[in-house]
Design a protein around this ligand. Structure first.
Ligand SMILES: [Fe+2]
Length: 159
């Protein structure tokens, strides 16, 4: 192999390797080998008495007191999955959000390194105007990089 052929081959190999690494990296954030229908809408548990394996591992589970008082802090725990969803560089929970009714209250973003687990506690204080009917709906969302956007909600009495 002469010098010119060597340089040409090395350059093509370097470009191909770099392009391949870019594809792997892009596929990590925009996976193509997954069920694309999970990304086309918000996923919810369809039958609480008969959850699918995907619903069991991805629907947020909200723990909150059945009744709370206006102006007093209370905690809302959101856990992803009946068995805690894994956090690996190829499959992880990107974020967990909490909304009070239709109003976003907060969001936790997580990285795939596995330092954080998909279990968060929000401390909430409701103003009187948040529950004019004496009831409020808390909504939790999460996004899995491979399985899309998921939602669960729970009603809480407010006095
Ligand atoms: Fe997942």
């Amino acid at each position: 192999m002469n010098r010119r052929t060597f340089l040409k081959t090395a350059a093509i190999g370097t470009i191909a390797t770099g392009f391949g690494a870019t594809l792997v990296s892009a596929d990590q954030y925009f996976p193509t080998k997954v069920d694309q229908s999970l990304y086309s809408n918000i996923n919810r548990v369809k039958d609480k008495a008969n959850k699918t394996p995907l619903e069991k591992s991805h629907a947020p589970i909200i723990s909150v007191p059945a009744s709370v008082k206006v102006g007093e802090p209370f905690t809302v725990e959101v856990v992803i999955g009946e068995k805690l969803h894994g956090m690996s560089p190829s499959h992880w929970i990107e974020n967990i959000e909490l909304a009070i009714g239709n109003e976003p209250a907060g969001r936790i973003d997580m990285q795939p390194k596995g330092y954080l687990q998909p279990k968060v506690i929000f401390t909430v204080v409701l103003p009187k105007e948040a529950a004019p009917s004496g009831k409020v709906t808390l909504v939790a969302y999460q996004r899995c990089n491979l399985h899309g956007y998921w939602e669960s909600s729970v009603d809480v009495s407010v006095s």
